[in-house]
Design a protein around this ligand. Structure first.
Ligand code: ATP
Ligand code: MG
Length: 355
């Protein structure tokens, strides 16, 4: 996402803001038991880690996939903490050449956890080096240039790779196959987000009412990062305009001020829906036409607004364009013209049958 797009998005963007890293790391659960939600992932991971510990060996390589803000980095840190192992952090974009990766791999200590964030963005030659390292604990370092160049194999210490990606589909199969454990992070339920919010409130030393937690959770798009951010915005509001306590009415006023509605839709989401309903009678309409009508770049609408609108069931993508669902009409409180509503709903059903 470009900075301009991030600015557009602000309060409900699932991506971390530039100055958000410090507060995020303060709110990160440190152990598996403190990690809320993702029950299955937690249980599986606990088995992988503890059985390796019982055998006094290094656990399998772990791949975390899932959208931004769902807890991938958090899990990577928990893996190291649970194992009591040192943690090395790097990321796909930081590895431009295979030499960058060789430097990391050849200096790993035994049992070290290597966290490779955005693993799908690593350079191809480095990817190949990583396969060999994961499987054979070896890196082949090329010495010299041209016809005289030779590959010198170097043994590396047993380690656990924790890869994270928001785009598991972009990982080449041979790389994915070398992970012994692949965990997919899902969106969180409201009750899980409430728990996260209550825990964060405690750490931030703010008083958060139960129904205020529920109110914020419901607007957090299933994403802990957004929940924590909305909590901080509500706290700001409560401190300046109230007595500092986070009640449900403070939460509602604060979130209204930040233009986050009951379903977590923000201004851009609602503008897009509004144009789709009123101007294009529910669609189908092409993405660029829709973007122009709200004065945005098509990419902004596609990357920033559309995914959540589709996931929430307000918009469907059909081969003929974007279509509003019956839920969109009722959420926006717009009465559909009889033909448009039926047309759009029928289109959605028809396309679902086709796929
Ligand atoms: N299960 C959870 N319990 C409590 N807090 C969580 C949980 N998952 C995530 N968080 C909080 O949400 C924030 C974002 O999590 P994290 O950085 O792990 O996301 P991510 O998946 O790595 O995102 P990105 O794809 O942007 O790197 C952290 O501050 C963390 O405190
Ligand atoms: Mg991360």
């Amino acid at each position: 996402m470009t900075p301009a797009m991030a600015e557009q998005r602000d309060v409900v963007s699932p991506d971390a803001e530039v100055d958000e890293h410090a507060v995020e790391s303060a709110l990160r659960p440190k152990r598996l038991d403190d990690f809320v939600g993702q029950g299955r992932v937690r249980e599986q991971l606990s088995l992988v880690l503890h059985s390796a510990q019982q055998r006094s060996s290094v656990p399998d390589h772990i791949l975390m996939s899932g959208g931004p803000g769902l807890g991938k980095t958090t899990i990577a840190m928990i893996v190291a903490a649970e194992l009591g192992a040192p943690l090395r952090i790097t990321s796909g974009p930081a590895i431009e050449r295979s030499g960058d990766l060789a430097a990391v791999l050849s200096t790993l200590q035994e049992g070290e956890v290597l966290f490779l964030d955005e693993i799908h963005r690593m350079a191809r030659p480095a990817e190949e080096m990583l396969y060999v390292a994961m499987e054979d604990l070896r890196v082949d370092v090329v010495v010299g240039k041209g016809p005289g160049a030779t590959a010198v194999p170097i043994d590396i210490a047993p380690f656990t790779l924790v890869g994270a990606t928001t785009r598991a589909g972009l990982l080449p199969a041979p790389l994915r196959d070398r992970f012994g454990f692949v965990a997919h992070m899902d969106f969180y339920r409201s009750d899980e987000l409430e728990l996260i919010l209550r825990r964060s409130a405690e750490m931030l030393a703010v008083e958060l009412d139960r129904d205020a937690a529920a109110e914020i959770a419901g607007r957090s798009r299933g994403t802990p990062r957004i929940a924590n951010r909305l909590l901080r915005r509500v706290r700001d509001y409560a401190e300046v305009r109230g007595d500092g306590r986070l009640t449900v009415s403070t939460a509602r006023s604060a979130l209204a001020l930040y233009e986050v509605d009951e379903q977590g839709l923000d201004r851009l989401d609602r503008e897009v829906l509004d144009a789709l309903l009123r101007r294009f009678r529910g669609g189908p309409v092409g993405l660029s036409t829709l973007a122009v009508s709200v004065g945005e770049e098509p990419e902004t609408v596609e990357v920033v607004a559309e995914p959540f609108l589709v996931r929430s069931g307000y918009v469907a993508r059909t081969p003929r364009g974007r279509v509003a669902t019956p839920e969109a009409w009722s959420h926006m409180g717009v009465t559909p013209p009889s033909d448009a509503a039926f047309g759009a709903a029928a289109l959605v059903e028809q396309d679902q049958e086709e796929t």
